[in-house]
Design a protein around this ligand. Structure first.
Ligand code: ATP
Length: 306
């Protein structure tokens, strides 16, 4: 990430629009491994977002011809509701997010936003309507203010502060040497993972997209930080269509639907209560996390439920 960061920032000074795509990709998907040759169709219209309904319809996808990573995946996220993805490492959770962002095109089936196939609209309009809160936010070598304002460059200072308050980071920013004018990033004040994530949440609140993708941090956070982040995440999801990759199952007990992925297939689905009653994969993951919590006196994920 450090190696990437300097050239990206330099590049971005000249090509802000390109930088935006790059940084979003980098944040979430590890730029070095994204070799996207997705192109807009000639004369493609912009995505018309009405309420932000998302649908994966019979989606199959592989990064190469030798192996399918997703097999006939079907789900819908109703506008303003939350769907959570859980399952072991390599199950295909991040791939689902990449397909919604259209870094790749599906082999079979379709990804739809408000009924429009993402292949038929411009990538810029698709991505303008999707906010991403990645696991590890890379900050620009710039001020805290810029890092939040990046969500909507024309936003007023009052809006930046309001977003920071909603993301539960305003009071913390006031303790920095130059408050909102403090330089952060590799060459400035180094922020903790939790602080960076709250900056990303503030940025997303300011961007105000209809759809939000959240990739919960895997690292164990102290209980206080975790509570702050949960509160901030709660605010960013309100009234938005949300897809979350959850590592701590306690985060998603209120999700409208939980999809349990295994080797590219949805093996269980339902809300928390329903899945516990099924006594299947989800119920045993939940049991495992409870045991880990009891052993450690705090919530540390060792269950592989990531
Ligand atoms: P984790 O919880 O570890 O992030 P995940 O459920 O998000 O895992 P994905 O990242 O979606 O899993 O990966 C699904 C499968 O696709 C894995 O087997 C992975 O090795 C493979 N894969 C991921 N990215 C690529 C890529 N760029 N090229 C080829 N294969 C890939």
């Amino acid at each position: 990430i450090i190696q990437l960061y300097v050239p990206l920032n330099w590049f971005g000074t000249y090509y802000r629009a390109i930088q935006k795509n790059f940084v979003d990709m980098e944040n979430m998907f590890d730029l070095m491994r994204v070799d996207s040759d997705v192109q807009d169709l000639p004369g493609a219209p912009e995505l018309l977002v009405r309420r932000g309904a998302v649908e994966f319809r019979n989606v199959s996808f592989g990064y190469g011809p030798e192996r399918l990573v997703l097999k006939c995946v079907n789900f819908k996220i109703a506008p303003g509701t939350t769907v959570a993805l859980v399952g072991p490492s390599g199950a295909g959770k991040s791939t689902i997010m990449r397909l919604l962002f259209r870094f790749y095109d599906v082999n079979e089936g379709a990804v739809l936003v408000d009924g429009q196939d993402v292949r038929t609209v411009t990538q810029a309009s698709l991505r303008a309507n999707i906010g991403v809160v990645p696991q590890d936010t890379v900050l620009f070598n710039n001020t805290v203010r810029y890092n939040i304002q990046y969500g909507r460059l024309e936003a007023s200072t009052a809006d930046v502060i309001s977003a920071a308050k909603n993301a539960d980071i305003h009071d913390r920013i006031l303790t920095f040497p130059d408050a909102y004018d403090t330089q952060v990033g590799e060459r400035g004040l180094r922020l903790s993972g939790g602080e960076k994530q709250r900056i990303a949440i503030a940025r997303t609140i300011l961007k105000d997209p209809a759809i939000v993708l959240l990739d919960e941090a895997t690292s164990a956070l102290d209980t206080h930080t975790e509570r702050n982040i949960q509160a901030a995440l709660g605010k960013v999801c309100v009234n938005r269509t949300t897809l979350i990759i959850a590592h701590r199952l306690s985060t998603i007990i209120h999700a409208d639907e939980i999809l349990v992925l295994k080797e590219g297939e949805i093996v269980e689905r339902g809300n928390h209560e329903t899945l516990l009653r099924q006594e299947g994969v989800y119920a045993s993951m939940w049991q495992q996390q409870l045991e880990n919590r009891n052993d450690n006196g705090q919530h540390i994920d060792k269950s592989g439920a990531n």
